[in-house]
Every structure is written in structure tokens, then in C-alpha cells.
Design a protein around this ligand. Structure first.
Ligand SMILES: Nc1ncnc2c1ncn2[C@@H]1O[C@H](COP(=O)(O)OP(=O)(O)OP(=O)(O)O)[C@@H](O)[C@H]1O
Ligand SMILES: [Mg+2]
Length: 261
């Protein structure tokens, strides 16, 4: 008989709320993310999806509610603390250091894991030199893994195509060795071929790296095809959740999307 893996929640939000002045961008959202799943967060423009990510990654401290990573209360932790705990992300508006090389963009992302950084720049004892060499090797590994051509390693980030920049952001996120990867509209601006390749890549990293992936995405074909579970936000509130089939047929979801057209 096959052993049935018990379900484990890697992330949980309880009544998560973010207010900006009079606007409640995320309103008392309860949310559970199953370890090892690919889940999506969808909803019309301005629904609160990116704000939700910004709370999960410590960019904003929630106005109310709590966040848990496994059994650990992570509410209000800073971005670098969350990176160390295994939470990594990419951004809706690509955030790369445009005038740095592809390789350096990944190395900067690994900085929080390099202990000897400060002292090292002045003294460079052998242990530091070794650590830098290891970091570089690792960065090159993740660049290749994310599908960036070797010939691009020393190119400035700003000279990459849009699709390559998105992959570089993913390489940088993977180099922090996360357990949970949050992707904010990873296929925005991609052509259908690039979107197809990135979809396959997301499935590959989930199975090869045992990653949990939470995706914000407007491409409904992609979302419906890849997601184990979907959560729908509208005006900051969770209006639906469940399997793609459930969500697709939910009148509240249909109404939320049509109402905005
Ligand atoms: N820092 C901020 N200060 C004030 N208002 C904000 C801030 N960040 C987001 N908002 C507002 O919160 C609401 C939700 O924005 P958010 O970016 O989370 O939406 P979204 O679902 O990601 O939309 P999109 O699909 O367009 O990316 C919007 O009304 C937005 O203007
Ligand atoms: Mg957004």
C-alpha cells in the first residue's frame, strides 16, 4: 500500500489586513498554503494581490492579523529575516540592478547568507576567499539552472531581454535556497513560447527542488492548468478559493471579473 503523505501547511495567514490610510488593500484574509503545492492568487487589478505578497515577504508589516511559516509566527519580520527562513520572491515590476552584471545580480541576492562579507572586503583571509569562490560557483549554477545562457553571465542586466530578466530574477531567488517561492506575474510581457517554457520550468522546480510555489498571474490558461489550489481576491477580500474547476465556475468570481471589464 502506498503511504499517504499527510498535508502540511507551509504558510498560513489569519485575518491578514493591510490598510493604507482610508484604503483597506487586504481585508481580513485567511489563507493556507500546502507544502509542495503550486497555488495561485488571482483577482482583478487592484484586488490586493501584490500587497498580500508584500506582507508575506516583510516589505509591509500587516496592519492586523498574523502570519505563520510552519509553526513559527513570522508576522512583521523583515525581508532579510524571511529570506533566511526560506521565503524568496520575484517582483511584478522587475527589480534588478540594471548596471550590474547578471552574475553580480545573483551574488547580491546571496549576500544575506555570506557571513564574512564586511570584514572580508578589507582583510580577505583565506576562509573568505574560499567563501566567495563558493558563492560564485553557486551563482553560476543557479543561472544555468534557470536557463540563462552562459554567454550572458557578464552582460549588464539592462541588456537582457524581458524574458531573460524574469529568469534572472528567478535565478536570484533560487540562489537563496528557498522553501517557498512567490512569483508576482512571472509571465507578464512574455510571448506565448516564453510563457510555455516558464510554465514547464515552474513544474520542474517544484518537483526537483521540493519547492512550494505561490503565483500571482493574470494568464487564466496558465493559472487553471498549473494550480493545485486557487485563492481569489477582489477589493482586498477573499471571495473564493478551491480547485481550478471550483473557482472557474464560482459566480462570485465571474462577477468580480466581469464587473471590472
Ligand atoms: N504603498 C501603498 N500605498 C497606498 N496604497 C497602496 C500601496 N500599495 C498598494 N496600494 C493600493 O492597494 C490596492 C491593492 O494594490 P495591489 O498592488 O496589491 O493590487 P494587485 O492585486 O496586485 O493589482 P495588479 O493586478 O494591478 O497588480 C490598490 O488600490 C493600490 O492602489
Ligand atoms: Mg500586483
Amino acid at each position: 500500500m502506498m503511504a499517504v503523505e499527510p498535508k502540511v501547511a507551509i504558510l498560513e495567514a489569519q485575518q491578514l489586513t493591510m490598510r493604507f490610510g482610508g484604503l483597506t488593500a487586504v481585508n481580513q484574509v485567511d489563507f493556507v498554503l500546502e507544502k509542495g503545492s503550486i497555488a495561485s492568487l488571482i483577482g482583478p487589478n487592484g484586488a490586493g494581490k501584490t500587497t498580500f505578497f508584500n506582507m508575506l515577504t516583510g516589505i509591509y508589516s500587516p496592519s492586523a492579523g498574523r502570519l505563520w511559516l510552519y509553526d513559527r509566527d513570522i508576522t512583521g519580520l523583515k525581508p532579510d529575516e524571511l529570506t533566511k527562513l526560506g521565503v524568496a520572491r520575484t517582483f511584478q515590476n522587475i527589480r534588478l540592478f540594471n548596471n550590474m552584471t547578471v552574475l553580480d545580480n545573483v551574488l547580491v541576492g546571496m549576500h544575506s547568507k555570506l557571513k564574512a562579507n564586511l570584514v572580508g572586503t578589507l582583510l580577505r583571509p583565506p576562509a573568505v576567499v574560499q567563501e566567495e569562490a563558493n558563492a560564485r560557483k553557486k551563482a553560476l549554477y543557479w543561472l544555468e539552472y534557470a536557463g540563462l545562457a552562459k554567454s550572458r553571465t557578464f552582460e549588464l542586466a539592462k541588456n537582457l531581454s524581458y524574458g531573460e530578466q524574469r529568469r534572472l530574477e528567478i535565478a536570484r531567488a533560487l540562489a537563496s535556497e528557498p522553501q517557498l517561492l512567490l512569483l508576482d506575474e512571472p509571465t507578464a510581457g512574455m510571448n506565448p513560447k516564453e510563457t510555455g517554457e516558464l510554465t514547464a520550468f515552474m513544474q520542474q522546480i517544484r518537483s526537483e527542488l521540493q519547492l512550494t510555489i505561490l503565483l500571482i498571474e493574470h494568464d487564466m490558461k496558465l493559472v487553471m492548468g498549473i494550480s493545485d489550489y486557487i485563492t481569489v481576491l477582489a477589493n482586498g477580500k477573499k471571495i473564493s478559493e478551491g480547485t481550478p474547476n471550483h473557482v472557474r465556475q464560482d459566480p462570485l468570481v465571474i462577477e468580480a471579473y466581469l464587473g471590472k471589464e
